[in-house]
Design a protein around this ligand. Structure first.
Ligand code: C5P
Ligand code: MG
Length: 191
């Protein structure tokens, strides 16, 4: 299995690039944000529990997202690999992911971080909000809070993978295609 963490702040383009990587490398896309939003949509007990946190741009507790990932990993044992998008969001989540994978003699091959300047993130998220219907994409104060939460709680996760020699940064101020070419180069070099 070939497992990638696609990393970067909200609005950096993780979802867009993940879809392209899935198509090229036949991987499974695990977006904890998408999974949580689907739970909110069907108004499940979990959806109800996380709604107010997500709408404020705060993080859902580690044990909840770790359990979601655990379920998805065990339901996809035949996968060629996974793209983790929006997870791990804390060092605790990164450690749990390593533990879950190592129990199956698996690991993370690469963490690839998409870098985008903050002003550009805000305008890309507001643009997405016009169609996504996401409450957390439509209010500048909430978007700024999401970026703050990212800088404080999530950005340190990159260090965790840097220490393991698995991290690379990719500039995503340019086109979708250019960024995808850079991501591909990292994946192909690894294999
Ligand atoms: O990854 P994405 O930006 O789609 O996540 C949307 C929201 O879902 C985050 O702002 C956060 O509230 C919640 N989330 C979380 N923990 C994760 C993934 C998403 O709290 N690991
Ligand atoms: Mg996303």
């Amino acid at each position: 299995m070939f497992n990638i963490v696609l990393f970067g702040p909200p609005g950096a383009g993780k979802g867009t690039q993940a879809l392209k990587l899935v198509e090229m490398y036949n991987l499974i896309h695990l977006s904890t944000g998408d999974i949580l939003r689907a739970e909110m949509k069907r108004n499940s007990p979990l959806g109800q529990k996380v709604k107010s946190l997500i709408e404020k741009g705060e993080l859902v507790p580690d044990e909840i997202v770790i359990e979601l990932i655990r379920e998805n990993l065990s339901n996809n044992k035949d996968a060629a690999g996974f793209i983790f998008d929006g997870f791990p969001r804390t060092i605790e989540q990164a450690k749990s992911l390593d533990e879950m994978l190592s129990r199956e003699s698996l690991d993370i091959a690469l963490m690839l971080t998409l870098e985008v300047e903050e002003e550009e993130l805000i305008s890309r998220i507001l643009l997405r909000g016009q169609n996504s219907g996401r409450a957390d994409d439509s209010n500048p104060d909430i978007i700024k809070n999401r970026i703050k939460v990212y800088n404080e709680q999530t950005a340190p996760v990159a260090e965790y993978y840097k220490k393991q020699g698995k991290h690379a940064s990719i500039d995503n101020m340019g086109t979708i295609e250019n960024t995808f070419d850079q991501l591909k180069a990292h994946v192909d070099n690894w294999q």
